[in-house]
Design a protein around this ligand. Structure first.
Ligand code: NAI
Length: 219
């Protein structure tokens, strides 16, 4: 990885970055099927982006495609994984062990991507002490102390929106730099903390819009 490639990486637009997980997923599937190279045309048929879009996207971070050869699936998979930071390991905690918190905690595939769940917190006495994937839910009262003693990379917020900012504040003051926020509220954090919001309802609204726009939905 020369500095030229790094320089190229820093210029990658968020629009391209948002497509990378999809490339990563499809390339992973190809690898599991022992397919070691693929043309942009074939990739386009599988992924649903146009071949020129794919060439343009992948060209942003290096000369991967070779005329007449296509892409080396493993190289591309590794490179995209690296750009996405999936070559690193992240320590995570979840706060809020209700429906969403438990669903996220139970999804073991996140571990394979390098996101390691270390602890889960809640304030409900009925939940404190139960085990989710062998991790005991702790009292949120100890969140601050826990984070001081156990440096953590990513905080996952799954509490009601009214509680989300105060949880984010505890996370931020204990050095968490990435927050995966499921609560439907815009968190206020310093510039050196990254928040990625997940809102299933927004996705559902887009589905509703598309259904209605295409006149496929009959009342
Ligand atoms: P839930 O009520 O099942 O779970 C919330 C949990 O947070 C409860 O166990 C509660 O005891 C705990 N809690 C409340 N205040 C706390 C605090 N200060 N510290 C620690 N734990 C605390 O709710 P659900 O359905 O799991 O939703 C959780 C959050 O996710 C809500 O903000 C909800 O609006 C949001 N949500 C987001 C979705 C998305 O697409 N991002 C979809 C559905 C819900």
């Amino acid at each position: 990885m020369g500095s030229e490639l790094m320089a190229k990486e820093t210029k990658i637009s968020m629009a391209v970055i948002r497509r990378l997980p999809k490339y990563h997923r499809y390339l992973g599937e190809l690898l599991r099927k022992d397919i070691d190279r693929i043309s942009s045309k074939e990739l386009s048929e599988r992924i649903g982006f146009t071949a020129s879009q794919i060439r343009q996207d992948l060209n942003c971070f290096g000369d991967f495609g070779q005329q007449g050869y296509g892409y080396n699936v493993k190289d591309l998979y590794n490179q995209i994984g690296k750009i996405l930071g999936l070559d690193k390991e992240y320590k995570t905690v979840i706060v809020g062990a209700g429906n969403i918190g438990q669903a996220v905690a139970n999804y073991s595939k996140f571990e394979r991507l390098g996101f390691h769940l270390q602890a889960i917190f809640d304030k409900n006495p009925k939940l404190i002490g139960i085990k989710i994937r062998d991790i005991e839910v702790k009292d949120v009262e100890y969140l601050d102390t826990y984070l001081k003693e156990n440096p953590t990379d990513i905080g996952i917020i799954c509490v009601p929106k009214e509680q989300a900012q105060s949880i984010a504040d505890i996370m931020v003051r204990n050095g968490i730099k990435g927050i995966w926020n499921f609560a439907p509220t815009d968190l206020v954090v310093p510039d050196d903390v990254i928040v990625e919001n997940v809102h299933l309802s927004e996705s559902l609204m887009i589905l509703s819009y598309r259904l209605n726009e295409s006149n496929l939905f009959k009342e």
